[in-house]
Design a protein around this ligand. Structure first.
Ligand code: EPU
Length: 336
């Protein structure tokens, strides 16, 4: 069924009230193919919506919004050391993480509580606490919008980078991801090196953690810093952490000895949250929006913000970080 003039407020984690001209919910590949083949819809531009957790809507969507609700989680194969788990793209990411933890499939415990759906995970190679989707990715299936054909993409074909993939670049708006298959471990290989996890486990009094304990620790850390989109509209980190030449980082360090920097190949990754905080934005309220008081990298909607207001705030933040540090921030969130 095609719905008309749908308010998208419940479908984006910023809680922005843009309207979709038309909306089709699809719950299977064949259902999606039917919509793509429907002649009466052929003249409509298409817009693919997943969990709406990485989008800033600055205007109404004068298009057919295809809401991906393809579900199902299945153990499709097992080898001596791995489980291959296939998930529909419309499953909320955290639901998949919980399913894996309950069944003892290890590898995505550090990615607990990330908002959004499974289909969005490879789009921007989600990552947190030292783990990225690409570390556990096996294969995905996607439907080509122009033809309705299903194609598989291996990890190398996805061209994963830091919050990047081929679906955000070369193949932008060409495919709808329908399923993602992960290769998870039978023997947990815990990654608690990200300082805060060890501290949280210690606080919880856990000395030999299980994947469930690591997940609980990550959930605790995230809840202490990141606002719950159900309570306060937001889209996680609004900007990427900028990667600069190490000589630039060294120069900045002579002027700002406290500046955090992490090796990224031969370059250095800076902490955008730190740069934004130094410019005085952390916790600052601007109209109906602002930078979150516990994590400056997160922009929030205090209730009645428009996408344009949030976009304008992001421009101001980018300008002041550039004027102060000479570093250009890039948005992680997709702006429409
Ligand atoms: N920092 C500040 N002030 C702030 C925020 C951070 O000084 O307001 C400093 C921290 O003290 C720390 C450094 O910045 O030295 C890094 O902070 P944090 O560990 O909170 O992580 P992040 O770099 O801000 C990234 C991801 C998050 C992910 C965390 C944990 C990006 C853009 N963001 O944030 O991902 O959860 O690491 O791994 O890479 C997301 O992408 O939406 C997201 C939440």
């Amino acid at each position: 069924m095609i719905e008309k003039n749908v308010c998208l407020k419940p479908y984006n984690t910023f809680g922005l009230g843009a309207q979709a001209k038309l909306m089709a919910r699809v719950d299977s590949v064949s259902n999606l193919q039917e919509i793509l083949a429907d002649n009466s819809l052929h003249n409509e531009p298409r817009f693919i919506l997943g969990g709406g957790s990485n989008i800033l809507l600055t205007k109404d969507i004068d298009a057919l919004v295809i809401k991906n609700e393809i579900s199902g989680i299945e153990l499709i194969n097992e080898t001596e050391d791995s489980f291959f788990v296939k998930s529909g793209a419309g499953i909320p990411w955290h639901e998949l993480v919980m399913h894996c933890i309950t069944n003892g499939y290890a590898g995505i415990e550090n990615l607990s509580l990330i908002p959004g759906n499974v289909g969005a995970a490879p789009m921007q190679n989600i990552g947190a606490y030292g783990v990225e989707l690409k570390d556990v990715f096996h294969v995905l299936e996607a439907v080509e919008l122009a033809t309705g054909n299903v194609r598989s993409f291996s990890a190398s074909e996805c061209e994963f980078g830091y919050r990047e993939s081929v679906f955000k670049r070369k193949l932008k708006d060409e495919f709808v991801i329908s399923s993602v298959t992960l290769r998870l471990n039978k023997q947990a290989n815990l990654n608690t090196s990200y300082g805060a996890i060890d501290q949280e486990l210690e606080r919880l009094g856990i000395s030999s953690p299980t994947i469930k304990d690591v997940s609980q620790a990550v959930i605790g850390i995230r809840q202490s810093k990141l606002p719950d989109p159900k309570v306060l509209g937001n889209s996680g980190s609004f900007f990427k952490n900028p990667v600069v030449q190490t000589v630039i980082y060294e120069e900045l360090k002579t002027k700002y000895p406290e500046i955090p920097g992490y090796p990224a190949g031969e370059n250095t990754k800076l902490a955008a949250g730190w740069l934004i905080e130094q410019c005085g934005w952390k916790g600052k309220v601007v109209g109906n929006t602002g930078s979150h008081g516990k994590q400056a990298l997160v922009l929030v909607n205090y209730g009645n913000a428009t996408g344009v207001e949030i976009f304008n705030l992001s421009e101001q933040i980018m300008k002041s970080v550039y004027d102060t540090f000479g570093v250009q921030l890039e948005r992680e969130v997709n702006v429409y």
